[in-house]
Design a protein around this ligand. Structure first.
Ligand SMILES: *Cc1c(COP(=O)(O)O)cnc(C)c1O
Length: 391
C-alpha cells in the first residue's frame, strides 16, 4: 500500500474482512478471544503468538485496524493505540524512561501535559525543564548528561508557535535523546514529524482523527524497535487501552481526514485574516498568516496552517469574556478538531491550573481567545465573533 497517497491510505488501509465479506470495517466488541484447546491457550499466554488476539487490553482487531491506518498516514513502522492522548504520553514515558532521567519540554504544550510532567513524572523522580518552543539553542543549552527526552507540540496550544522539528531532532540525536512530537494540531494530513526526524509521534485521536467530537483516543507511533515491545508490555500490564468502539469511530473518522483538514485550514485562514484587520483585536496567532513569526518555517514543515486560530482582544479578561459570551453559534468548550467551531479562554480554562508565572512565560494572557475552527460557513463564524467585538 506504501505507494498510495494519504487520502487513499486513509480510506483503504487496515481492512481485514471477516468471513461475512462486509464492505465497511467490522467492530469487534469483545473483551477476550477463545482458543481451540488448552495447548493453544497456553502458547498464546506464555509465548504470545503474532497476530493472535488474547484479550482486548493487549490487542483487538478493530484497534489493530485503527493502528494500521494511522501508522500508514504517519509513515510509521509501528502504532500502539491508547485510551486518550494523555494516556499516550503517560504510556510512552513509563515504557521508555525511568527515575533520574531528565526531560526537556516545550513551554507551549497542552495544559494537562504540563500537569502530567510536573505533578506526576517529577513525583516519580524524573527531572523536567521547560524551554521556549521556538529557540532550538535553548533546547541544546538545557541538555544534561541525564537528558533522555525532548517533548514538543507544534503548532503549540493555544499560541500556535511553530517549532523546527528537524533542528530539534538534530540536537536530540547528537546527544542520544529521543524526540517526541505531539502531532495533534496538524494531524498527518498536514505534517509528518517522523519524516522530519522525530523518533516518536503521539496523538490525541480525540481531536482531528475522530473529527466530530465523539470519543476519546490516543496513539504512540514510531520505529518498531522503539515502540512495539516497550509499549505492548506497558499496555498489557497497565491497561490504558483504546476501546474497540472508539477505535472504530476514529477509523471511520480518518477516512475524511485529508479533506477535513484542508477545509478547516481554509476557513481558519479566512477568519484569521479578517480578525487581523479588526480594530479591537491586538494580535492574531495563526501559522498561515504572513505576520506569524514562524510563518516561513510553518509553510515548509506543514501543508497548511491548520484549524486553530488564537487572538488577543484589547481589554484583557473582561473584553475576552464579552466576546465569548456574545457568541450564539460557537460552542464554549475546550475540545478542538470538531466539525463544530469551539471557543475558549485558555487563561481560565485549559491553562487555568498552571501557575501564573508558567502561564505568562508561555504567553497565555488574559485577553487571549482560542478558536478551533470547525466546518461551518466562515461568514456565519465572522458574524458570531463580530457581535462581541463590535458591541
Ligand atoms: C487534547 C490534547 C491532548 C490530550 O488528549 P486527550 O485525548 O484529551 O487525552 C494532548 N495534546 C494536545 C495537543 C491536545 O490538544
Amino acid at each position: 500500500m506504501d505507494h498510495y497517497q494519504l487520502d487513499t491510505l486513509a480510506v483503504r488501509t487496515g481492512i481485514h474482512r471477516s468471513q461475512f465479506a462486509e464492505h465497511s470495517e467490522a467492530m469487534y466488541l469483545t473483551s477476550s478471544f477463545v482458543f481451540d484447546n488448552a495447548q493453544q491457550a497456553a502458547d498464546a499466554f506464555q509465548k504470545g503468538i503474532e497476530g493472535r488476539n488474547v484479550y482486548s487490553r493487549f490487542t483487538n482487531p478493530t484497534v489493530t485496524a485503527f493502528e494500521e491506518r494511522l501508522a500508514a498516514l504517519e509513515g510509521a513502522e509501528c502504532c500502539v493505540a491508547t485510551a486518550s492522548g494523555m494516556s499516550a504520553i503517560l504510556a510512552i514515558t513509563m515504557a521508555l524512561f525511568k527515575a533520574g532521567d531528565h526531560v526537556v519540554i516545550s513551554q507551549g504544550v497542552f495544559g494537562s501535559t504540563v500537569q502530567l510532567f510536573t505533578n506526576f513524572f517529577e513525583k516519580f523522580g524524573m527531572q523536567v525543564s521547560f524551554v521556549p518552543p521556538t529557540d532550538p539553542s535553548a533546547w541544546e543549552a538545557a541538555l544534561r548528561p541525564e537528558t533522555k527526552m525532548f517533548f514538543v507540540e507544534t503548532p503549540s496550544n493555544p499560541l500556535t508557535e511553530v517549532s523546527d522539528i528537524g533542528a530539534l531532532a538534530a540536537i536530540a540525536h547528537r546527544a542520544g535523546v529521543v524526540l517526541i512530537v505531539d502531532n495533534c494540531f496538524c494531524s498527518p494530513a498536514l505534517q509528518r514529524p517522523l519524516d522530519l526526524g522525530a523518533d516518536i509521534v503521539i496523538h490525541s485521536a480525540t481531536k482531528y482523527l475522530d473529527g466530530q467530537g465523539r470519543v476519546l483516543g490516543g496513539a504512540v507511533l514510531g520505529k518498531r524497535s522503539l515502540v512495539h515491545g516497550p509499549m505492548l508490555q506497558f499496555m498489557r500490564n497497565a491497561g490504558p487501552s483504546m476501546s474497540p468502539f472508539n477505535a472504530w469511530v476514529c477509523l471511520k473518522g480518518m477516512e475524511t481526514l485529508g479533506i477535513r483538514m484542508e477545509a478547516h485550514s481554509a476557513r481558519a485562514l479566512e477568519l484569521a485574516t479578517w480578525l487581523e484587520q479588526h480594530p479591537r483585536v491586538a494580535r492574531v496567532f495563526y501559522p498561515g498568516l504572513a505576520s506569524h513569526p514562524q510563518h516561513a518555517l510553518a509553510m515548509r514543515q506543514q501543508k497548511s496552517g491548520g484549524g486553530v486560530v488564537s487572538f488577543e482582544v484589547k481589554g484583557g479578561r473582561e473584553a475576552a469574556w464579552r466576546v465569548i459570551d456574545a457568541t450564539k453559534l460557537m460552542s464554549i468548550t475546550g475540545n478542538l478538531g470538531d466539525t463544530k467551531t469551539t471557543i475558549t479562554h485558555p487563561a481560565t480554562t485549559t491553562h487555568g491550573r498552571i501557575p501564573q508565572a508558567t502561564r505568562d512565560a508561555a504567553g497565555v494572557t488574559e485577553g487571549l481567545i482560542r478558536v478551533a475552527v470547525g466546518l461551518e460557513a466562515v461568514v456565519d463564524l465572522k458574524a458570531d465573533l463580530a457581535r462581541g467585538l463590535d458591541g
